[in-house]
Every structure is written in structure tokens, then in C-alpha cells.
Ligand binder design. Structure first.
Ligand code: RIB
Ligand code: CA
Length: 324
């Protein structure tokens, strides 16, 4: 039986690859995608999400637009207004695939999350790979939603590696109060995939070439998106002609947990200090008395991740892409 998941995204090139992976992997049942302000403003993250699902022939997966701003910091803009060294918005606002034909649902993301989790008859996995504004708002409405979730898998944070500031990773920094709410919500299982892991799972230009040569819609799009990332990360990562594709590490982990290696730690987020706001404070002390609330990924396997992308994206599609 396939695993039911909801992806919460700020699409972005790496979100786009994660969406394609979740939508096309036979062991995953992507029951909905919720969008949030992040890499680009909400209007664009939603449009990009619809583009991706149409392009790979999965317009049946519903898309719900969520919060256009953080829960406590009114007016915080999206990532494209900030200089980052991460190259996560190398393409401007719109992904380089055709405009969507599909439209978002009338229901909002938070309403969808609350209603779906309240009425769930089997456990659902939440996979937030953008700022945590939607998830935190749903939990504020009903803290017992955690009971319907078997695991939450978050791309965010950084211990030795950061991007948006010297202290913080973007997804957590962009809505630190929301991140703290989610980390302390009492989920039965919470896996955090920070930059420390995603920067180890670099995808190379050679993998892009193989994806492109498959000539599938997903292969073509993944190659295009990852190539943009490689251009943007030029000279900033340990391997030439390679880049992290942060968010897909989370969806890959759902089907092959060994793609990451984790440590159980207590993690909280700084929401007050000017120099370190948005920092994930991970208690790595060997004799810490703080109860762990997260399994934090510190390692990731680049070869396994590349193999998974090639496996999923180069399969012949069951339906044609919606090019026009
Ligand atoms: O810091 C990397 C994260 O920020 C990724 O999820 C990227 O898509 C952006 O949301
Ligand atoms: Ca993202």
C-alpha cells in the first residue's frame, strides 16, 4: 500500500523536483500539495506548483494556496527580495515550463490541512519543504492534528551550514515562530533535513544529462531545474558542476530512509536575537538532558539520491505531458 503524503511547498526549483518525485513514485500517494510564501511570493509558488503537476501529467493532484506571509512577522517578503548564497531562486519567479492549465482549489491550504487530518482514516505523512506558516496555523486551529500524522519530514535548518544569514537557513528563518510551533507540537515522529545533509547530496551535471536523455517530461524538467541550480551554485560547493536539491532529499527519504543518516536531538529556533534569529539551535551535547524532539539528518548519500531520481524520472510516463 502506498504512503499517503501532503507536500507543503514554496516552489522553487528544488521544490519542483520534490513534487515530481512524490507525484510519480509508485510507493507514494500525494493526496494534496499546499503552497506558501517562500522562494517567491505565494502567487508564484502556487503557479509553479500547478505548472509542474500539469507538465508531468498529474493535474489530478489538488493544489491549495496557503499563507502569503509569516504568522507573526507581517510584511516579511519572499526570498527573492534577499541576497542569498544558495542559488535557490536562479530562475526568476516562474519555472521554465509552460504555464498551467489547471487552477488551484477554492479551499485554502490551512482549511484543507485541518479538514483532511481531522477526517483521516489512516495516518498521513506531512512533508513541509518551505516556511512552516501553513502547518503552524493548522496546528493553532487544532493541536490534536498531530495524532493523524505518522511522521513530519521537514527540509529546514542548519547546524554547521547556513544560507540566508550567517546563522540561519531560509525556511526556518522566513517564519521562525511557525518553525518553533511545529518543532514543539508533539508529533510522534519528526525528521528534520537541514542544509548539513542536503549539501552532501549534490546532484551533478552528468546526472542532468542522463535525465535529459530519457526524454520523459519529468526527466527533461528535472534536468532543466537542476542545471539552473548548478549554474547558480558555481564555485560554492565542494564538487564541481553540482548543486544541492534540498527538498527532494525529504521525498527520497520517504521511500529509501537510508538516503540520510540521523541523530536524535532537541531542536529549537531562535526567534529573538538580532544576530541569530531563525537559527535552529540543536543540542548536540553528548550528556544533554533535553528530550529529543527531532531526528536530524547530518549525512546524505549523493549516489543513492541520484539513482533514485534517475529511476523515478526516466520511467515512461503513463500520461502525456501537457505541453502547448
Ligand atoms: O534553504 C533551502 C530551502 O529554502 C529550500 O526548501 C528552498 O526551496 C527554499 O525553500
Ligand atoms: Ca522549498
Amino acid at each position: 500500500m502506498s504512503r499517503k503524503i501532503i507536500l507543503d511547498v514554496d516552489t522553487g526549483t528544488d521544490d519542483a523536483v520534490a513534487i515530481m518525485f512524490a507525484a510519480l513514485h509508485p510507493d507514494l500517494d500525494l493526496i494534496g500539495v499546499t503552497t506558501v510564501n517562500g522562494n517567491v511570493p505565494l502567487e508564484n509558488t502556487t503557479d509553479n506548483t500547478l505548472r509542474v503537476l500539469d507538465w508531468i501529467g498529474r493535474p489530478d493532484i489538488p493544489v491549495f494556496a496557503g499563507l502569503a506571509r509569516p504568522i507573526a512577522r507581517l510584511g516579511f517578503p519572499s526570498a527573492k527580495h534577499f541576497e542569498r548564497d544558495s542559488g535557490d531562486d536562479p530562475h526568476g519567479s516562474a519555472l521554465p515550463i509552460p504555464e498551467p492549465r489547471s487552477v488551484r482549489q477554492d479551499t485554502g491550504a490551512v482549511e484543507f490541512l485541518v479538514e483532511t487530518l481531522r477526517s483521516a482514516t489512516e495516518q498521513i505523512t506531512l512533508v513541509p519543504v518551505g516556511p512552516l506558516s501553513n502547518i503552524a496555523t493548522a496546528l493553532a486551529i487544532d493541536p490534536s492534528l498531530t495524532e493523524a500524522v505518522d511522521e513530519v519530514v521537514i527540509m529546514g535548518g542548519g547546524h554547521a551550514v547556513t544560507n540566508v544569514t550567517a546563522s540561519a537557513e531560509f525556511n526556518i528563518w522566513a517564519d521562525p515562530e511557525a518553525a518553533n510551533m511545529v518543532l514543539s507540537a508533539g508529533f510522534g515522529r519528526l525528521t528534520l533535513v537541514p542544509l548539513d545533509a542536503t549539501y552532501q547530496a549534490l546532484i551533478t551535471r552528468d546526472t542532468c544529462t542522463a535525465l535529459e536523455e530519457s526524454a520523459t517530461p519529468a526527466g527533461i524538467a528535472a534536468s532543466r531545474f537542476i542545471s539552473l541550480r548548478i549554474d547558480a551554485y558555481d564555485g560554492t560547493v565542494a564538487v564541481d558542476d553540482a548543486a544541492p536539491v534540498h527538498d527532494v532529499v525529504c521525498t527520497a527519504y520517504l521511500v529509501r530512509p537510508e538516503v540520510i543518516t540521523t541523530r536524535s536531538l532537541h531542536v529549537t529556533v531562535d526567534t529573538t536575537s538580532p544576530l541569530t534569529i531563525g537559527r535552529t539551535v540543536m543540542d548536540t551535547r553528548l550528556k544533554s538532558t533535553q528530550k529529543p524532539n527531532a531526528d536530524v539528518a547530518f549525512g546524505a548519500d549523493p549516489q543513492l539520491l541520484a539513482d533514485l531520481l534517475l529511476d523515478v524520472f526516466t520511467r515512461p510516463p503513463s500520461a502525456p505531458a501537457t505541453e502547448r
